[in-house]
Write a protein that binds this ligand. Structure first.
Ligand code: 2HG
Ligand code: ZN
Length: 480
């Protein structure tokens, strides 16, 4: 008993010393650069994590810069004091890339949230990196344009974070990933240099395109402070089809059939289990017939004839028995309702503490991978309820294993990590990726070698050394 007591005292004494040292360190920065600093327990907990479950946040402070100059000061200070920084956006990530688990200082860009300039001729918008995705999307629409990178976390995710993870989402088959829309970037590197990259040029053949390195670098090379995004033309009204089938192969057959004649905006899949959870949350089922798999397809109402042709294809597929049942939205409101069936899956299952995976294979191999992996899961873990869904049109599958009520959290995670090993070996065999769009962060770093070979990982480490010689930027994310 007394030993525990003594250990407790020394732990608290150590913590108090650490706190005093920390506050002295922070004070110097807040005086020299006037940066807002939070150290209260609530803020440390909130800002120390993202949406990834199964990690414990442990940040030492949260910095809230308002300008690029302040970010430069923070980086210089971090180099001097050898303090690790975790750049942080809307914290909606699912690979723990925005977690501070090791006394790092979180640098939140949320106060840098101004839209700075719209260039209607160049079709670009320049903004600070803390602008929320949905805010930018609305701003683009209000100005007659369209920002097409879109996903369920649009209401919280921030543009800088989207760039740092090369966010994908639901419209990739038509518009590509975030990378495609980044026309320029302002970044503070781990050396404290400010790089103004590409400056919105369409053509720029002047050596290495450093802009591309920061896209998807998960805050390990620099802190993005400003982004210039290209904008698209506003689409016509969007129409959503939801179709049910009982055969895995039909998922690709339906895709191929529509794709051969139409330009699709989105092609998503979810299973009967996903529908069970979503419809338990007051989202209406799309139709009465129960099916094993559901696909959601979106296209533009280009003309009445175009939509009529899409409806004919749908009828042909129904007659052929490829589609068992289906529905077509008759208004934007109905389209939005149908989208809830797919977009609400994450929220509807979150109470089951899901262990998440996000993988990709070549589009044509999605059914083969899904059937092999789900057979393995059923065989080896019959008690696991597994929710499969995702952006099958681009080869991206989300696999959420729900925690059975009778297993404790840590044991469940252990079991799931074993599943990871099997799954990632299978991914390697399929020449797929262990992370399609959520990134590597802390979650996938031990498995990186299943997708990237040794030489590639070494080159990535070398690049990190160039931009961040003192390893102050998000150390331990992507690789050690
Ligand atoms: C989505 O596509 C997101 O809805 C989240 O990428 C996926 O919760 C997930 O596993
Ligand atoms: Zn997704």
């Amino acid at each position: 008993m007394s030993l525990v007591f003594l250990a407790d005292i020394s732990y608290h004494a150590q913590m108090a010393n650490q706190d005093i040292e920390n506050s002295k360190k922070f004070e110097s920065l807040s005086k020299s650069a006037n940066v807002e600093i939070l150290t209260d327990a609530d803020s440390l907990k909130t800002y120390g994590k993202d949406w990834t479950k199964h990690y414990t946040p442990k940040a030492s402070a949260v910095f809230l810069p308002k300008t690029t100059e302040q970010v430069v000061e923070i980086v210089k200070w971090a180099r001097q004091t050898k303090t690790a920084l975790v750049p942080s956006g809307g914290r909606t990530g699912l690979s723990a890339a925005a977690y501070a688990t090791n006394n790092e200082v979180v640098v939140s860009l949320q106060k840098m949230n101004r839209i700075l300039e719209l260039d209607a001729f160049d079709q670009t918008v320049r903004c600070e990196s803390g602008v929320v995705t949905e805010h930018l999307q609305k701003y683009a629409l209000e100005n007659g344009f369209f920002y097409p990178v879109d996903f369920a976390a649009r209401g919280s995710s921030q543009i800088g974070g989207n760039v740092a993870t090369n966010a994908g989402g639901i419209k990739v088959i038509r518009y590509g990933l975030t990378r495609q829309w980044v026309a320029g970037l302002k970044v503070v590197t781990g050396r404290g240099d400010v790089l103004n990259l590409n400056k919105s040029l369409v053509k720029n053949a002047t050596g290495y395109d450093l802009r591309q390195l920061f896209i998807g670098s998960e805050g390990t090379l620099g802190i993005i402070t400003e982004v210039t995004l290209s904008l698209a033309k506003k689409p016509k009204e969007l129409v959503v089809f939801v179709m049910g089938t009982n055969e895995l192969d039909s998922i690709m057959q339906i895709y191929k059939r529509f794709k051969s004649e139409m330009t699709l905006i989105a092609y998503e899949m979810f299973t009967d289990i996903a529908l069970k959870y979503v419809s338990a949350q007051n989202v209406a089922r799309p139709f009465a017939t129960d099916c094993k798999y559901y696909v959601l397809l979106e296209l533009e109402h280009e003309s009445d004839a175009y939509l009529e042709r899409a409806t004919e294809i749908f009828s042909e597929l129904l007659e052929a028995g490829v589609v068992i049942d289906g529905t077509i939205s008759q208004s934007p409101k109905q389209a939005a309702e149908l989208w809830k069936l797919r977009e609400n899956i994450t929220e509807a299952t979150s109470h089951k503490q899901p262990y998440k995976n996000d993988v990709s294979v070549r589009v044509s191999r999605v059914p083969e991978f899904l059937s092999e992996m789900s057979a393995t899961l059923k065989r080896e873990h019959p008690s696991f309820e597994v929710v499969w869904f995702g952006h099958v049109g681009d080869g991206n599958l989300h696999i959420n294993i729900l925690k059975p009520d009778d297993i404790a959290g840590p044991q469940f995670v252990e079991k799931c990590k074993k599943v990871d090993e099997v799954m990632f070996k299978m991914i390697e065999k399929f020449e797929g990726s262990i992370s399609a769009e959520h990134g590597v962060g802390l979650v996938k770093k031990a498995f990186l070698h299943h997708t990237r070979d040794k030489a590639e990982i070494e080159i990535m480490r070398d690049i990190k050394r160039v931009f961040d010689p003192d390893r102050i930027l998000n150390p331990g994310k992507i690789f050690d």
